[in-house]
Design a protein around this ligand. Sequence first.
Ligand code: SF4
Length: 316
Amino acid sequence: MYAPYSRCTLCPRNCGANRLRGETGYCGEQAALRIAAASLHRGEEPPVSGSQGSGTLFISGCNLRCTFCQNHQISQGGMGKGLSPQGFAALCLALQQEGAENINLVTGSHAVPALERGLREARSQGLALPVLWNSSAYELPETLSLLESLVDGYMPDLKTLDSALAARFFHAPDYPEYAQKAILWMLQERPLRFEGTRLRSGVIIRHLVLPGYLESTHRVLAWFAEQAQGRALLSLMTQYTPVRLPGTPSGGAPDRQVQPQEYEQILAWLDRFGITDGFYQELASSPEGAVLPDFSRGEPFPPELARTIWRPPAAH
Ligand code: SF4
């Protein structure tokens, strides 16, 4: 079962861990698929959230582990519950039943074989929604191709093209190389297609602006303009809010929000590069920045942002 886990080389970390025998690699996960929450999420991009909300499934563990991760309780803190393919399928169908616009798989790069099994089960039981792959882009096309017939759209981050920043914040100096390859593969696989205002297929490239590191954003915008303009949407996120992960040094992650003059500069660059297809957030109006999710609560998100329909029993 799940042969690729026996000597795991599913992602660029290339750990070689035997996850079937209880070993874990950089992602911190064994072979079992673990899920931390299932929610109807209204905070995604408009064609993804639609009117009913995106059916978001938060997968435990992560192969990138950013030092500023807002979901660190589930990406690095071990929260979540193991589910069989049937249990995973039941969650997908429950989200469909609740009116979700799509199934939105958050950070599953390290769990592709189990997700493939779960999605096949869900499809066989009547899942008819588009499936969206929401990832860091630190992944391999050959691994992503295992899901090729099951995924309709991709929402990869392009966090930075600066190898030194990638080394500092994710301990992955090769992130720029792998993320570019993965995103170019996604662009080739899935042209943009809408049903009305809803995304049915295609790629939305997301970039979180890191306060004080605007040169990194400039490089990402230049890359988008050259490689993806007209073939994908850009989602520019300015919600950065400092997070200090328990027991870990900040790694020099920014300790403040994006400032108004930085925001103006970024909008000017969008203009200069002629990037018009996509979305950018309003600058956070609260001095504390965005409200961070708290997965130790029954409802991790503010009610205007999400409605959670499932949590592991011991999570709250
Ligand atoms: S998926 Fe996890 S164990 Fe496998 S190579 Fe990546 S980080 Fe290592």
